[in-house]
Design a protein around this ligand. Structure first.
Ligand SMILES: [Zn+2]
Length: 326
């Protein structure tokens, strides 16, 4: 009996491998590096508002950008999260379009052509999602780094001609006040001036039409509350919107990695202008968001970047993305 079974299973094995070889020949191999995996927009209903996450693209960071942590520990965490390290630490660049019913608000705008062809898809994905750029009336920028501001224009022409841009006073002062350069360390000056040039080019068409405005703590813009989350940049702000029964915070760059900086939230990143303050801000916001079950939307967490923060011990955190819904 045993012998008989063995004979049958062997013949099945031979048959299936022959079938497999035939199938392989007739099917084209898809180049997943070239073909987008999913549509670059994702729509999420939250109470009375509709949020459209817009993918700008996928980026890879060097693991050496993380600070106050050994490289061995970085790799250990990445391994724990099964993060492919072949090209570096994967991160998304996302922007968010919020339809409040009375306003169409874009939170951050992606990179346009400031960083290369693998990024810069926000405008294309906004159109694909069913909206027109002319319908956007407000742009809230969490800060003025080029991966958040470049997407507002291209070659001196506004991508969102009817929108007014809002930035915090501290952020505008830091990048746009000529006196500021005196306080920048000498070794950082070249980089600073390069970034200033990029920012000025992006916002120029809005400034020319007086569609560039500055806010301060306590102001409300189209129903959005502003929250000071400085550290990553001196005038970094998050935005909170309360709907009928729920609310959401667009957190901006208080975090850049859903692996290393959730596991070890005290880890700063090279891009932070004030690393210590950036860490303090993350610890405070993460703790509050985890306690309150706050829905958040983040530009550098895996697309669509909407979800919740969980902590079992109040020390380390886990990213809980919203569940995909068709
Ligand atoms: Zn950023």
């Amino acid at each position: 009996m045993k012998k008989c079974l063995f004979v049958i299973s062997t013949s099945v094995a031979i048959l299936s491998s022959a079938t497999f070889a035939q199938t392989q020949k007739s099917l084209p191999i898809i180049d997943i590096e070239q073909q987008p995996q999913v549509a670059g927009f994702y729509q999420h209903q939250l109470g009375s508002i509709q949020i459209t996450a817009l993918l700008d693209g996928t980026n890879f960071m060097s693991p050496t950008l993380f600070q106050n942590i050994s490289q061995d520990k970085v790799h250990e965490i990445l391994k724990k999260y099964h993060a492919d390290q072949a090209k570096g630490v994967q991160t998304s660049i996302n922007a968010f379009l919020v339809n409040t019913g009375s306003a169409l608000v874009l939170v951050d705008s992606g990179t346009a052509d400031c960083f290369g062809a693998h990024l810069g898809s926000v405008l294309k994905n906004l159109k694909a999602s069913g909206y027109k750029p002319e319908q956007v009336d407000t742009i809230l920028l969490t800060h003025l780094h080029p991966d958040h501001v470049c997407g507002v224009s291209k070659n001196g022409v506004a991508n969102f001609p009817n929108a007014t841009i809002y930035v915090s006073k501290d952020e505008a002062d830091y990048w746009l006040n000529p006196k500021q350069s005196k306080s920048i360390p000498k070794d950082k000056l070249e980089n600073y001036f390069g970034t200033v040039k990029t920012i000025k080019a992006a916002i120029a068409p809005y400034q020319a039409k007086k569609q560039f405005k500055i806010f301060k703590l306590g102001d409300k813009i189209k129903g959005f509350e502003v929250i000071n989350t400085s550290g990553h940049t001196p005038g970094h702000f998050s935005y909170k919107f309360k709907t009928t029964d729920q609310d959401i915070v667009f957190i901006g760059d208080i975090v850049h990695s859903h692996t290393v900086q959730f596991d070890r939230p005290e880890t700063a990143i090279e891009y932070d202008i004030d690393p210590q303050q950036a860490v303090q801000t993350r610890l405070k916001q993460f703790s509050d968001y985890a306690k309150n079950g706050q829905t958040i939307a983040a530009p550098h967490l895996p697309f669509p970047g909407i979800g919740h923060i969980y902590s079992a011990d109040g020390q380390s955190y886990q990213w809980i993305p919203i569940h995909f819904k068709d």
